[in-house]
Design a protein around this ligand. Structure first.
Ligand code: BGP
Length: 486
């Protein structure tokens, strides 16, 4: 059997794309609540109010500007507000996950549901109770939660008033939030991750900083890394059984050819991802990063004891999302930023409707790279195919393309375990139930085994139904990955 008996088959979601209930149960606003929908052609933007009262917009590649505050334009549709309404459908959804045989379910806790502003002393008890109910329901079905403590959002108040992660106090507020999570859910949750895709957090929604200057981003990222290390320490102190991981977006990267300059350039491109793994797995900033700071005449603002915080806060496992691979070339700007618009074309691969390359072998490549570098178990916490689904007249959905995508990736994962000896803890494909796309804000970019009746403008009944992939994945789990046929 290539996969261990307790291999964590399941699926993954995130609060801002799944939960909704944005003003219910005492929840405060989060930075994601001002992100408008976009499309394949048009990037999503967040809406702001400037100090002079003008309304402005910024995509994740554009700064909000000094003094900008998140702002919701009356009458506009903001996808996170209801998302696909897990807030009112959690029992039904968990029952469907159980029917598929899930061993594990990945979700995130919305920071502003527990701490509406972010800087309070005490949590919002209604928020605490909501997640407790969810975890108890999962326990009833013998499904282990895998909880992301921060998935792409922070309380909007912290972004507006503190410049988010640029302010050192945010590290303390985050530590307080995580402490509440570890204490309240002790015995219910054992598997945690600190920050989702920590290597692609460089924008207002995720970091809460108003500008993208080099010094701003590097200082804010440093605080995020301290926040992650603090969370690991606190989580281990509260319950030594806790398994706390990191999470990064890790697409395989190939040099365009065997020109040594291109090969060297590929090593440097990989460092953009590995930097986050290096700090979270080894507990200190790597030499290549310190040299980069020197070249940029940048000095991190640190406090006494920081080095120890990083050293003591190393993670137990590495979670990564894998969707596609990229090709690098010296002189070409290739960034692993969640879309492939800057990447060099790979002539050996085809692409999805959203332009993401299809490369199952890449998942095995990444497993090997991580295992070789850190010898820490890995967990594929996201993988999947965003595609348009068609509902037949009888309500059925024949998503063979999705089945094929997943089967090919699982087959490569199997080789990573069986042939390469990589320790893989689990596989939780993204959007196991249809939810809002992070990149485009669309509903029509669907990943799920479970269909949700909702369109790109937020209209629909929220009715859940099973796709063909639902029954296929049920069989995959039942055979512990032996039978991938379709
Ligand atoms: C990752 C995020 C997820 C998820 C996924 C798919 O970057 O961690 O939140 O959304 O990508 O991306 P998209 O929704 O843009 O298709």
């Amino acid at each position: 059997m290539p996969f261990a008996e307790n291999f964590m088959w399941g699926g993954a979601t995130a609060a801002n794309q799944y939960e909704g209930g944005y003003q219910e149960g005492g929840r405060g606003l989060s930075t994601m609540d001002v992100r408008l929908p976009g499309s394949r052609q048009k990037r999503r933007a967040a809406s702001f109010i400037q100090p002079d009262g003008t309304i402005t917009f910024a995509t994740r590649f554009e700064p909000a500007g000094k003094g900008a505050r998140g702002y919701m334009i009356p009458g506009r549709y903001y996808p996170s507000h209801t998302a696909v309404d897990f807030y009112h459908h959690w029992k039904e959804d968990i029952a469907l996950f159980a029917e598929m045989g899930f061993k594990c379910f990945r979700m995130s806790i919305s920071w502003s549901r527990l701490f509406p502003r972010g800087d309070e002393e005490k949590p919002n008890l209604e928020g605490v109770a909501f997640y407790r109910n969810v975890f108890e329901e999962l326990q009833k079905h013998h499904i282990e939660p895998l909880v992301t403590l921060n998935h792409f959002e922070l309380p909007m108040f912290l972004a507006d008033e503190y410049d988010g992660w640029l302010d050192r106090r945010t590290v303390g507020y985050f530590a307080r939030f995580t402490e509440v999570c570890f204490r309240e859910y002790k015995g219910l949750v054992r598997y945690w991750k600190t920050f989702n895709e920590i290597n692609v957090m460089k924008d207002w929604t995720k970091l809460g900083t108003k500008d993208f200057e080099y010094a701003t981003i590097e200082q804010a990222v440093y605080h995020v890394l301290l926040g992650s290390a603090e969370a690991v320490r606190i989580g281990h102190e509260i319950d030594p059984d806790n398994m706390i991981g990191m999470m990064c977006a890790y697409g395989a990267m190939y040099p365009v050819d065997c020109d040594p300059d291109n090969y060297m350039n590929n090593i440097q491109a990989l460092h953009q991802i590995q930097f986050f793994c290096d700090v979270q797995c080894r507990g200190y900033y790597p030499a290549y990063k310190l040299k980069e700071f020197e070249r940029n005449h940048f000095v991190l603002q640190k406090q006494d004891g920081d080095e120890e915080i990083l050293r003591k806060g190393t993670v137990d496992f590495i979670g990564f999302s894998y969707y596609f691979s990229a090709v690098t070339k010296a002189g070409a700007d290739v960034q692993m930023n969640g879309d492939q618009s800057h990447a060099v074309e790979n002539p050996y691969l085809t692409k999805t409707e959203w332009g993401w390359s299809l490369d199952p072998v890449g998942i095995r490549v990444v497993c090997n790279e991580l295992w070789d570098r850190y010898q820490k178990p890995v967990w594929i916490v996201e993988n999947g195919l965003g595609a348009i689904d068609h509902v037949e007249e009888d309500g059925s959905i024949h998503d063979q393309y999705r089945i094929e995508y997943l089967a090919k990736h699982i087959a490569e994962l199997k080789k990573a375990v069986e042939l390469d000896g990589v320790e893989v803890l689990g596989y939780t494909p993204w959007g196991c139930i249809d939810l809002i796309s992070a990149g485009t804000g669309e509903m029509s970019k669907r990943y799920g085994f479970i269909y949700v009746d909702l369109d790109d403008e937020g209209h629909g009944t929220f009715r859940r139904s099973r796709k063909d992939s639902f029954y296929w994945y049920q069989k995959v789990i039942a055979t512990n990955g032996e039978d991938l046929s379709w």
